[in-house]
Design a protein around this ligand. Structure first.
Ligand code: ADP
Length: 186
């Protein structure tokens, strides 16, 4: 059974957050969501929070230096195993992560663009997130995902730690598939 650190990789709306919560609860992982941390910072109204607010409102990615710093602070003095949801999202972020931690499993949730759009708009009805309610922002996030984040699939395939899951499956099916991977991964 695998019991090391895990990265959840996938487009916005691919189900990383949902899966992360299930895995954290079942196996006792600490879940670290950069999106949640950035939204908290935004709420705080700090200078950096204002900058983040502008970036999220456009559907862009927050600069690597800012997100790297956030993750480094979280992992500093951290004991135990963690799941990263939403980090890394760029190759430089992945390279930075390599210098501060050990990752043995990357779960890639593969979903179609249409599913992404449908799920995000559906989530936007209840999440209160502006970036989930505006089609232009959603499209921008999908473009950012394809250009900046998707290269990480090859990055982690090359390291032989990528496990690809069909994210079109139901929540329960995805969770079952991932539990099997964790059981058999070494
Ligand atoms: P989603 O997965 O639906 O895009 P998240 O909550 O993970 O939602 O992220 C929301 C936004 O926060 C992203 O669109 C992006 O602007 C920013 N963000 C989160 N993680 C990162 C990251 N690692 N690098 C840059 N920006 C990030």
């Amino acid at each position: 059974m695998y019991n090391g650190n895990i990265i959840l990789l996938g487009a916005p709306g691919s189900g990383k957050g949902t899966l992360g919560k299930q895995l954290a609860e079942k196996y006792g992982y600490t879940l670290i969501s950069t999106g949640d941390i950035l939204r908290e910072e935004k709420k705080s109204g700090s200078d950096i929070g204002k900058k983040i607010n502008d970036i999220l409102g456009k559907g862009n990615l927050v600069p690597d230096e800012i997100v790297n710093q956030i993750v480094e602070n979280k992992l500093k003095n951290f004991e135990g195993q963690f799941i990263l949801d939403g980090f890394p999202r760029t190759v430089p972020q992945a390279q930075f992560l390599d210098t501060i931690s050990d990752i043995g499993l990357v779960i890639f949730l593969d979903v179609s663009d249409n599913t992404i759009r449908e799920r995000i708009l559906e989530r936007g009805k209840t999440s209160g997130r502006e970036d989930d309610q505006n089609v232009d922002i959603i499209n921008r996030r999908i473009i950012q995902y394809k250009t900046e984040t998707q290269p990480l699939v090859e990055f982690y395939k090359f390291k032989k730690i990528l496990s690809q899951i069909d994210g079109e499956n139901s929540i329960q099916e995805v969770f079952n598939l991932v539990q099997n991977i964790i059981k058999l991964w070494n």
